[in-house]
Design a protein around this ligand. Sequence first.
Ligand code: ADP
Ligand code: MG
Length: 340
Amino acid sequence: MRRIVPALLCLSLSLSACARTGTREPLRGSEYVLGTICTVSLQDGGSEAVLQAVFARLREIEARMSANREGTEIAAVNEAAGRSPVRVSPDTLFVVKKALEYARLSNGAFDPTIGPVVKLWNIGLDGQRVPSDREIREALPLVSWKSVVLDERASTVFLPRSGMRLDLGAIAKGYAADETARILGERRVRAAVVDLGGNVLVYGKKADGSLWRVGVQNPFNDRGSYLGIVSMGAGTVVTSGVYERFFEQDGKRYHHILDTRTGSPVESEIVSVTVIAPSSIDADGLSTTLFALGRERGLALVRTLPGVEAIYVDDQRRLYLSPGASKAFNLTDKTFTFAE
Ligand code: ADP
Ligand code: MG
């Protein structure tokens, strides 16, 4: 289910530069892009022009990588499936390559060729429905990350079977957040908060030298309600959960993270996974990967990844944290408990 606030749909680079003169108000921009509400808040340094540059870049990434829009590079790759390789920008090549890394790391639990199955369900979009077993049976063989052909020299992507479809929905926002951080660095912004639909990146150092405090989404409530706080230096916090996009039918909830073995939403006691990491593409790729892998395999994987921490929440409101997450995390909503 998409909770779109209509008032925010139109571009609002909300506070004008002059309104800030002499104040410490952050300069904020908010725009509906990448399928969600994206907000950039410049806390120290920067200008309206920096916000314009960031949002232009976010629109460019969407125009290249969206699987739901016509005319994007990913749409072109999907249309040419079974026929020919398609030349893509370095952006798209990089993100596809990263997505394939997570597919390898998770042995296919994360799979960017999940597109045909995503399309059957259409979760969060018009026409969402429970597909028939037959439709799922027909779509599943097309989900095969191992068969994607990347030619880095020619900068092409080839899907060898007709009907294959790439979907970068699980990772593109993370890349967009990292690109935002890169632009902020180029423009000498000293501190900023980037929130791409709940995919949060804190950039630089706060003027008073204190740590950033980032809320961890409460998966039982609407976006923007927190169960606790992560205190951290520059980095990113990304959550994947059943609350983000779903629909209900006959008393059953169908959410948007799909099991590549069954073609249906991942079934488990886990309702969300939050990942803390230095880079947002990694945090985004991993949040979906860890959700798909489940708690035990997921936390085992996290232990092998330096700088990466995770928080799992289950349907009994219990929290499972990696060791580093325990140190940085402060539970504020006492209706949740720590497991063990
Ligand atoms: P959000 O888009 O809410 O931030 P995620 O980052 O977890 O959430 O990405 C979920 C999206 O990833 C789905 O909407 C779909 O496009 C895609 N997806 C679903 N299941 C998988 C999967 N097993 N592997 C890779 N991508 C997936
Ligand atoms: Mg993700």
